[in-house]
Design a protein around this ligand. Structure first.
Ligand code: FAD
Ligand code: DLZ
Ligand code: SF4
Length: 509
């Protein structure tokens, strides 16, 4: 090929044929660049499964582009001369191919956008950055929705998104005359030997090579590659989505908040991996769920709940991220400073809920929402762990973690580190919540009904200490007033006893 007109850089989470940077591409004149680079795999030490998933998905996507006639310059991690960073690889490609311009769809992460913004001056050629229209709400739309609001509430944003997409709408009215059916959800799960299993995919030759590479290069990263079964092609990701709609959506709602020792996946969809890299389209998924409702295959509480997670929460956290970065990453409302306990890296703790959640995480690079929020997140907030360390842990261990979605969920939703910009109250709970929603407590060395003392559930021991320690800050959170009042009504002796007892536990961490 002669010197290309446009060099199109495609990042590892941009694996969509409908990507904005590919829309007007001409395979005869333009060239695609994809690169595996050490910097992306090690700026935090991502879980081995996550790196393998992304590299294999990238390699399969490059093949798909080639079949569509594109000339793809693909740098593998081990290729001689690999510069090790996006900037370095772009520079090498420009020197080798001499394109007239570089085109890229905006990066999901602020960190990478900063790099991209520097390239025009650095490399002396025009750099076109296109919006990522795989999201349903643009930055400008989010900004104009958020403008003038003292606090941002997902529920109102979500209603806008329902109106805008027409999903589950009857004219101007929400289907079923309610916007939100969460009150019908939140049941405890029971073991169900007949629950269908989630799809797994045996590694093909491309994946096997990647697994060997990741084992060799990232042996000191968390997790293992044994039993790797992620979908690494768009077709297999679609099989996961179809299987979810058929087998798991009907009871998605009622099982959404439940936790079971023997079943880390329950009725969750396991589609975040694939939506986030671009293999699945969020709106297509929501339309498929809506169809299942209209065909009588799934009830409204499940379908509404699923659609809300995607057009509501997913779009909302992305909006908050881009509106508030880079300052958001420094949020620390409670001035929490305790280091992350070592057991977050092993699961070796006698607290059964944490042990199971962390071991599930290490094994699968996955835990579901309530495990992330009410077990690992809740514990870190109650114990006063430095939110930056909590953030880095989540970014490393989950295969669906990219900063734009992980950071607001961790800092905002789970740690309340933004002081209530994203959530209306801290998701702080004692052991009673975990006992109600799981089967974890029965097998635990601690007593979930005891409030203090060495055998009492540590969530109970920490809960009132968290309230007492942060009483001035929590006094400013309207939804927490009943709890603040309860603490204030306790005698000074009782308060001192609870604080001392919590400190005894914290000293063991
Ligand atoms: P399901 O329960 O089946 O939900 C369906 C889809 O809804 C998900 O695939 C996801 O795309 C979307 N969704 C649901 N909740 C959220 C949410 N709060 N924010 C954004 N999208 C949502 N999600 C990520 O994709 N990446 C992360 O790094 C991430 N970190 C999280 C950290 C914490 C502390 C918490 C509380 C939540 C986090 N989430 C994250 C949101 C949620 O936990 C995951 O999206 C979900 O567990 C993925 O599994 P699933 O596909 O089976 O989801
Ligand atoms: C997460 C990740 C990893 C581990 N490796 C790569 C890579 O080698 N090449 C690549 O293009 N993308 C990778 N990614 C995804 C990027 O980190 C992701 O595109 C940015 O975080 C988005 O801003
Ligand atoms: Fe977790 Fe407490 Fe239940 Fe043990 S008793 S599993 S620590 S909530």
């Amino acid at each position: 090929m002669a010197e290309p007109r446009t060099l199109i850089l495609i990042l590892g989470d941009q694996l969509s044929l409908s990507l904005s940077s590919l829309k007007d591409a001409d395979p005869a004149r333009d060239r695609v660049l994809m690169c595996e680079v050490a910097e992306e795999a090690t700026y935090v030490r991502h879980h081995k499964r996550k790196i393998a998933f992304i590299f294999s998905a990238m390699r399969h996507f490059a093949e798909e582009l080639r079949q569509k006639g594109f000339d793809v310059r693909y740098t593998r991690l081990d290729d001689e001369g690999n510069a090790g960073s996006f900037g370095g690889e772009v520079e090498r490609a420009i020197a080798a191919l001499r394109p007239q311009r570089l085109r890229v769809t905006e990066a999901g992460e602020w960190r990478v956008m900063e790099m991209i913004r520097s390239w025009e001056a650095l490399f002396g050629l025009p750099v076109e950055v296109l919006p990522d229209d795989r999201f349903l709400c643009s930055h400008a739309q989010f900004q104009s929705w958020a403008e003038g609001r003292a606090s941002l509430r997902m529920e109102y944003f979500y209603r806008e998104m329902r109106r805008r997409t027409g999903l589950l709408m009857r004219g101007d009215e929400p289907e079923g005359r309610r916007w939100n059916f969460d009150a019908d959800n939140r049941q405890k799960a029971e073991r169900d030997l007949f629950r269908p299993s989630h799809a797994q995919f045996a590694p093909d030759a491309i994946t096997l090579k990647v697994l060997e590479l990741v084992e060799r290069r990232f042996s000191n990263h968390i997790g293992s590659l044994e039993g790797f079964g992620f979908a690494v092609t768009r077709a297999d990701a679609q099989t996961v989505a179809d299987g979810f709609i058929r087998d798991f959506l009907p009871e998605f709602g009622i099982k959404q908040d439940a936790m079971l020792s023997a079943d880390p996946f329950l009725n969750h969809s396991l589609v975040s991996f694939y939506i986030n890299i671009g293999f699945l389209d969020p709106l297509d998924l929501c339309r498929a769920a809506e169809r299942a409702y209209h065909e009588g295959l799934a009830p409204l509480n499940s379908v509404e709940g699923f659609i809300r997670q995607i057009i509501g929460w997913r779009e909302f956290v992305r909006g908050v991220y881009w509106m508030t970065m880079p300052d958001y990453a420094q949020s620390n409302f409670f001035d929490a400073a305790r280091p992350l306990p070592d057991f977050y890296w092993t699961g070796d703790t006698q607290m059964n809920c944490l042990s199971i959640t962390i071991k599930d995480t290490i094994r699968h690079a996955y835990a579901h929402h309530i495990q992330r929020l009410m077990v690992t997140g809740n514990f870190a907030m109650l114990a006063g762990i430095d939110p930056r360390q909590v953030h880095e842990w989540y970014l490393e261990v989950y295969a669906d973690a990219y900063e734009w979605v992980e950071l607001p969920n961790v800092l905002g939703m789970s740690q309340f580190a933004d002081g209530g910009l994203l959530a209306s109250k801290p998701y702080a709970a004692s052991g009673a919540y975990i006992d109600r929603m799981s089967d974890y407590c029965g097998d635990c060395r601690y007593d979930v009904t005891a409030k203090t003392g060495p055998d009492a559930c540590p969530f109970n021991r920490l809960y009132w200490d968290f309230i007492g320690r942060n009483i001035d800050r929590l006094g400013r959170v309207p939804r927490l007033q009943p709890v603040v009042r309860n603490w204030s009504r306790m005698s000074a002796d009782r308060q001192a006893l609870l604080r001392r007892d919590a400190q005894d536990f914290l000293d063991t961490l």
